[in-house]
Design a protein around this ligand. Structure first.
Ligand code: AMP
Length: 350
């Protein structure tokens, strides 16, 4: 257990790091952000920041020397350059390796008894044709790496939609379209001693591949699938020797939960926990990586709704705050580009 006053290094400088740093400060810890972007919104609320590339071994080593423990808020941090600083990392970077590739992620989960959407590895136009035949249409072609918020995804209704497409080696996965009644996530925290706690599962609604809202309680047909999904999430955490917050996203179908993807980090569908749970996902992640006792994950109130502020939606803070029950979080991003997460609002109904 690291005493207050010590420094937590965070790889990545986005809003997840920002909210993690705020939680760490409340517990008396300092944060040092490492990020390639010059204006990182996490650095704004942190003691220290290093702006350098992921492959800058000298800067990474210097950063690591000043940190007592290092975690991440960005799941696409390249794994290879982390080897020299691995002793300070939590969770173990194996979790990054698995989750950064949609193919390895799905195989990993299948081996643990989970059920993903039917999928096929696609490295060429011929592979895609074969995938259409085996899995059928409609379906979604996704880049194996680096896709997020619906980016790097193409929906196909018919084979004609794929005409003129050029695919490269090692790059894609084709998934059958899942007919779901709802989407939900399982978020857990696993302590250094292996203790696992779950937050209640939020029901998630996505628009154009981007999370729009997370609401609790989830509808009955979704809630009924949570226990099975939790069993899988706990197995994933255990298998990875995971320490910290881990999120798994699921489709609730008439045949039970279908695994969509995992995030080895705090997750957008857990932002509601800041005001809606006894202990937030950010605080419990910090507690876990520091080896501190975990906080209570119980939900506060009978209903909680988190709404993402995307693009221009967060520009009128006064209008949002005119509702006295609104908890507004703005991430401090300068430019409100379309599809960009600018902040979120949480309402807790007691
Ligand atoms: P992803 O980036 O893979 O999490 O996809 C973002 C969102 O797109 C999901 O939360 C779903 O709403 C939708 N989606 C992705 N894959 C599928 C699928 N195989 N079937 C149906 N909807 C999907």
């Amino acid at each position: 257990m690291l005493p207050p006053g010590r420094t937590i290094g965070i790889l990545g400088g986005g809003q997840l790091g920002r909210m993690m740093a705020v939680a760490a400060a409340q517990l008396g810890y300092r944060c040092h952000i490492y990020s390639p972007e010059e204006h990182s919104v996490a650095a704004e609320v942190s003691e220290d920041a290093t702006c350098a590339g992921w492959y800058d071994a000298r800067e990474l080593a210097r950063f690591a020397r000043g940190c007592d423990v290092i975690t991440w808020e960005f799941e696409n941090v390249p794994v290879a350059p982390l080897a020299p600083i691995a002793a300070k990392l939590a969770p173990h970077p194996r979790a990054l390796e698995v989750a950064q590739d949609r193919l390895s992620e799905k195989r990993f989960v299948e081996n643990l008894g989970g059920r993903p959407a039917p999928f096929a590895e696609v490295d060429s136009e011929e592979d895609l044709q074969a995938a259409f035949e085996r899995i059928g249409l409609p379906g979604i072609l996704k880049t194996r790496r680096e896709g997020y918020d619906g980016k790097g995804q193409w929906r196909f209704e018919s084979e004609r939609d794929a005409e003129g497409l050029t695919l490269h080696q090692g790059g894609f996965i084709y998934e059958g379209l899942v007919h779901f009644d709802g989407e939900f996530s399982v978020i857990l925290v696993r302590g250094a001693d292996g203790e696992v706690r779950f937050w209640d599962s939020a029901q998630n609604v996505h628009h154009g591949g981007i999370l729009a809202t997370s609401s609790l309680p989830a509808a009955g047909f979704v809630a009924a699938q949570v226990p099975e999904a939790r069993l899988l999430a706990a197995k994933v955490a255990e298998q990875l020797g995971y320490v910290g917050v881990l999120a798994l996203e699921f489709f609730a179908t008439k045949d039970g939960p279908v695994f969509n993807e995992m995030a080895p980090r705090v997750h957008n569908s857990g932002h509601w926990t800041i005001e809606g749970a006894e202990t937030s996902q950010f605080e419990n992640h910090v507690r876990a990586v520091l080896g501190l006792p975990l906080g209570d994950t119980a939900t506060i109130g009978r209903e909680v709704v988190m709404t993402n502020l995307i693009g221009a939606a967060g520009s009128d803070a006064a209008a949002i705050l005119a509702d006295p029950s609104a908890h507004l979080h703005l991430y401090g991003k300068a430019e409100a580009r379309e599809g960009r997460k600018m902040g979120h609002v949480t309402k807790v109904f007691r």
